[in-house]
Write a protein that binds this ligand. Structure first.
Ligand SMILES: O=C(O)CCC(=O)C(=O)O
Length: 267
């Protein structure tokens, strides 16, 4: 069991993010680095920051050939324990995005709120961002604006045409105070967890060290993954197909009674 301690749960709710004391054991990190190598080998034509639905093995219908180890990681009961401590006991896995920033020319992640992009209503998600490699200030670690999730406000995002970004939507200047940013530096096997409304981003990787995080996306089953919604259809620079995205009920029951766990699964 890997539950969050009360101070960790409190930190998540107060700040919008937390780095749990729990971390993946070294052999599991090594296995996942092997899976990452396989993922990169299978997807030579995809920017490594844009490996969306990496957990859906084979041709995932979103332009990526996924690897099953990422699904195994997402279903790891210890990770689901951590998630259930902040979103409750009914947990759906709905996404996994590998953000691998190669040395020297790894893309910047503009300041954004995840909730701007996703067809989940009511909007609720916990992301677990698992570091497979050192993630530091110099190689573009995740940066967060503590407390920015309070009030559950989605701020305007502007489109950017640059090709060197992981996402082509950036929060408008002036909607938050960048001087408040906290760098989340992690060692391999450590992870951070963040709320769907929290403002975050990451600098480009201009260092000589690759930086990879596996962003595992979980939602409470009281929300609906509404396949009819396309909040920022085609404008993010990351091709996604929410209409065919498979969902997994990892724990509990479907409280909304309307989530579809059949679509997108190969039987
Ligand atoms: O790893 C990054 O650079 C961005 C990650 C991110 O935006 C997320 O996990 O929501």
């Amino acid at each position: 069991m890997a539950h969050l301690a009360p101070d960790e749960v409190a930190h998540y709710h107060q700040q919008g993010w937390v780095v749990p004391r729990f971390r993946l054991p070294a052999p599991q990190v090594s296995q996942m680095v092997g899976a990452l190598d396989e993922l990169l080998r299978l997807n030579p034509g995809v920017r490594p920051e844009k490996l969306v639905s990496a957990h859906v093995a084979g041709d995932n219908g979103e332009g990526v050939r996924g690897v099953a180890d990422f699904l195994d990681l997402a279903r790891d009961p210890e990770l689901v324990d951590l998630v259930s401590d902040v979103i409750g006991d009914d947990v759906i896995l709905w996404g996994c995005h590998v953000f691998c920033k190669p040395p020297v020319e790894g893309y910047e992640t503009p300041w954004h709120q995840d909730g701007h992009y996703w067809p989940i209503r009511p909007l609720a998600t916990c992301t677990v961002w698992v570091a497979l490699e050192p993630s530091t200030r110099s190689n573009g670690c995740l940066r967060v604006i503590p407390g920015s999730h309070h009030g559950q406000v989605l701020h305007p995002h502007l489109h950017e045409d640059r090709t060197d970004l992981t996402l082509n939507q950036r929060m408008a200047d002036g909607s938050f105070d960048e001087s408040q940013a906290v760098n989340i530096e992690l060692e391999p096997g450590q992870m951070s967890m963040h709320d769907v409304y929290m403002i975050h981003g990451a600098h480009a990787n201009t260092s000589s060290v690759r930086r990879t995080g596996v962003a595992l996306r979980y939602m409470p089953s009281s929300s609906l993954f509404d396949r009819a919604l396309r909040p920022v259809d085609g404008k993010t620079g990351v091709p996604v197909d929410f209409a065919r995205r498979p969902l997994w009920l990892l724990r509990g029951i479907d409280r909304s009674g309307r989530n579809d766990f059949e679509v997108g699964h190969v039987r």
